[in-house]
Ligand binder design. Structure first.
Ligand code: GLN
Ligand code: ZN
Length: 764
């Protein structure tokens, strides 16, 4: 019999129960026991519903209250000293690592968070040093295994693999120079042995051991460590299924296929082309191959016929008994269930499969392969065939105008008319900005009142006209505020936007939205990505009304504010029937029209944010160029349609430019703003090294914390920047938008920023 398997399930609850419980616990409104109980209810519901859908291999140990890598760090005692000795319970130490803590007598910042591979999920980075003392504080995999068993459900525990755990970590500040976390492998393995042996003793038959780093180029450096780790672990463990996802094994396959494990899982959603190679490599072994056929990353119904074809191909060579049908990765990147969507049309609903529907798909595919005669299975296969055919039919409805426009893109559309040196003079003439101009990144505090007004509009408790009046008032306040404190290039504050991607998606054709399609971004922060379903176009101007209103209030220049094409694409669920390149170009054309319209409306500077450009880089360096080849032109297409007089800005939420600097330079934005960084000088040296000549605003303070930077501090920052950067290039701004901040600290910080810039004008 061919088994079906789900690698991991959303940890948020069908109705965001975990967010609610965790936040109530933080607020002191729920006890630790009540939190545990709420979590247990969510786990129970997930296990039961997976079983109900006919999944054979159900995961346990993948649940988390915050982040699964943070769980692993806490379990293995990888806890930075700064969180200890403060009288906090282990649970509070855990949350303090995740989100920092500022309570009586305790003031510790959060640990660093990083993007999880190429997804929009963030994990808490483990910190290692020579002083790290591994021990097993708890065994989550075992606890959850027993928890499920008590409900009558046998599960397969999920454990983060030792090489991945170390490779994703970083050297702690106190580690000696050159320390590499992977050097701790020998000390770490005994703890893994203990964990795995405990699972075996509890009767666990097999364990999913996640080593996603195997899809990265860097894993080739760890061949020896993989061999050492698995040689030690295999003898004491339940059967191990070495699990990879998000990409292809490529050259790492050669050694991965030789590890002493019982099975290998591969991602055939992201990397279907690797199937032949992997099957060939496993043929001479006795390993079971888990085929990741049902996407853990998108929300589209699986084409069951296509999946069956691939599975059959593998089964023909390896034999059915060596095949498992699985999700490509954990389903944590997909919403829980379509069942709670009432606003999608029946036609649209029929296109999608969220986590629970995907679970049913793996079960059906496995049943068919097993030769099941169950009429229900045949029915499900037939229903899927019909749905897929209908979707294909829908997908044929391309928008000829949009397609023709994309086909007619010419190279000259990607370039400004004149180089920056010429544009600069023209722009300065109309902007009249002082030296070291001050500006902000776009949003101002999204207050409770703003969110309430939006909610009221949604519930039709206020009219569209009333809402617009309210937004106008907000914009006016933000404009007056900026005038009063003396900022130079103003913004309207973005009060009308719920989210920088959703807002645009809702106003473009080609997108649909869910009501409850939440996925975890980090901790208790969930997002509801828009879904691109057809060709994208702009039925009418989106932001022009607000930007011109804002400009009409002031004689100072107003900066228009848009989200870039690459970021809209990367933070949405894209279509699967056409390339991301095509979708990005369509978005770019829509935005190009918007930028042109802003200029026509008298706006003299427009910022097009691309915070997701970097995270969209493929996992393998060999694939970078192909991505950049459409991502960079898309940005340029969006921004180059205007006259030389329009000053284009772009913003990136990172400062990690070492390996992509030439790409940033190639965007040819007149001004870029980037995140504040602890190593400003290193960063600016990169700019100098590459001869960056357009203007740049390296954030002079960190907006991610409520702390107010002193005027002195900002002056020092500016002075340090000017040791490397020519004075005429420097723009003075915070390092990101202010929407998550309160007004009090925003005002205090910006006043200091303006004063520091004034000081610089006199000093340099
Ligand atoms: N303009 C956006 C804002 O200010 C930029 C947000 C971002 O960089 N993520 O909120
Ligand atoms: Zn930012």
């Amino acid at each position: 019999m061919v088994l079906s398997s789900v690698l991991g399930f959303p940890r948020i609850g069908a109705n965001r129960e975990v967010k609610k419980a965790v936040e109530a616990y933080w607020a002191g409104k729920l006890s630790a026991d009540e939190l545990t109980k709420a979590a247990a209810d969510v786990k129970k519901a997930s296990w039961l519903s997976l079983k109900e859908r006919g999944v054979d291999v159900i995961p346990s140990g993948d649940f988390t209250l915050y982040d699964h890598i943070l769980d692993h760090s806490a379990a293995f005692n990888v806890i930075p000293k700064r969180y200890l000795g403060k009288g906090l319970s282990p649970l509070d130490v855990y949350f303090a690592m995740g989100r920092g803590r500022q309570t009586e007598g305790v003031d510790v910042p959060a640990s660093e968070m990083k993007k999880w591979f190429d997804s929009n999920y963030h994990f808490v980075v483990p910190e290692f040093s020579e002083e790290t003392e591994f021990k097993l504080n708890f065994n989550k995999a075992l606890e959850e295994y027993n928890e499920a068993k008590a409900l009558g459900i046998t599960t397969r525990p999920v454990v983060v693999g030792p090489v991945t755990f170390l490779a994703l970590g970083k050297a702690a500040k106190e580690a000696r120079a050159g320390f590499e976390p992977i050097s701790l492998l020998a000390q770490l393995l005994p703890i893994y042995k203990q964990l795995l042996a405990d699972l075996k003793a509890a009767g666990v038959e097999s364990v999913q051991i996640d080593e996603p780093v195997l899809v990265l180029d860097s894993a080739s450096l760890y061949e020896k460590q993989f061999a050492q780790a698995y040689a030690e672990l295999a003898p004491v463990s339940p059967k191990l299924v070495l699990t990879t996802y998000y990409g292809r094994l490529a050259s790492n396959l050669a050694f991965a296929a030789k590890l002493p494990v019982a099975g290998l899982h591969i991602d055939l959603d992201r990397a279907p082309a690797q199937l032949d190679e992997v099957v060939a490599a496993l043929k001479p072994t006795s390993l079971v191959l888990s085929l990741g056929l049902v996407s853990g990353r998108n929300i589209w119904k699986t084409d069951i016929q296509a999946a069956l074809k691939l599975a059959q191909k593998a089964a023909d060579i390896l034999g059915k008994e060596r095949i498992v049908i699985a999700t490509s990765s954990s389903l944590l990147h997909t919403p829980v269930t379509l069942a709670s969507e009432n606003k999608l049309t029946p036609e649209q609903k029929d296109w999608f499969a969220f986590a629970l529907e995907k679970a049913a798909e793996v079960a059906v595919i496995a049943s068919v392969l097993s030769g099941s005669q169950d009429p229900k299975v045949a029915e499900a296969v037939e229903a899927n065939r019909v749905s897929i055919a209908k979707r294909r039919e829908f997908e044929h409805n391309s928008d000829a105008t949009v397609r023709n426009r994309v086909a007619a893109i010419t190279p000259d559309m990607l370039e400004r008319k004149n180089p920056f040196s010429v544009r600069k003079e023209i722009q300065q003439k109309q902007l009249q900005l002082p030296k070291f101009p001050t500006t902000t990144i776009g949003s101002f505090p999204q207050t409770k009142e703003i969110r309430q007004a939006r909610a009221k509009l949604g519930k039709k408790e206020i009219t569209e006209a009333e809402y617009e009046k309210f937004i106008e008032k907000e914009i006016e306040n933000v404009v007056r505020f900026q005038e009063r404190i003396g900022l130079d290039l103003l913004v309207h504050g973005e009060p009308e936007r719920n989210d920088m991607v959703q807002y645009f998606g809702e106003r473009l054709d080609g997108f649909v939205f869910t009501q409850n399609g939440w996925v975890q971004s980090y901790g208790s922060r969930y997002v509801r990505p828009p879904i691109i379903v057809s060709d994208v176009s702009r039925p009418k101007p989106i932001t022009v009304r607000w930007s011109s209103f804002a400009q009409s209030l002031t004689s100072k220049p107003m900066k228009g504010m848009l989200t870039g094409p690459v970021t809209i694409l990367n933070w949405s669920f894209p279509r699967a029937d056409v390339s991301r390149e095509l979708q990005c170009k369509q978005l770019a054309l829509a935005l190009r029209d918007e930028v042109i319209d802003l200029e026509k409306a008298g706006i003299k500077a427009v910022q097009v944010d691309e915070p997701a450009l970097r995270e969209g880089l493929p996992l393998r360096k060999a694939d970078w160029q192909a991505y950049l080849d459409w991502a960079l032109p898309s940005f340029k297409l969006a921004t180059a349609g205007v006259t030389d007089a329009l000053q284009t800005h772009s913003h990136f939420c990172y400062s990690d430019f070492d390996d992509i600097f030439p790409s940033i330079q190639a965007l040819d934005a007149d001004v870029i703003s980037i995140e504040a960084s602890k190593s400003d000088l290193k960063l600016l040296n990169t700019f100098k090294h590459y001869g960056y000549s357009n203007q740049i605003g390296p954030g002079v303070y960190d907006i991610h914390s409520p702390r107010v930077p002193s005027e002195e501090e900002i002056k020092e920052r500016i002075a340090a920047m000017l040791t490397t950067l020519p004075a005429d290039l420097l723009v003075v701004n915070p390092d990101c938008g202010l929407k998550t901040r309160g007004w009090a600290e925003t005002e205090a910080s910006l006043v200091n920023l303006v004063n520091a810039a004034r000081w610089a004008r006199q000093t340099y």
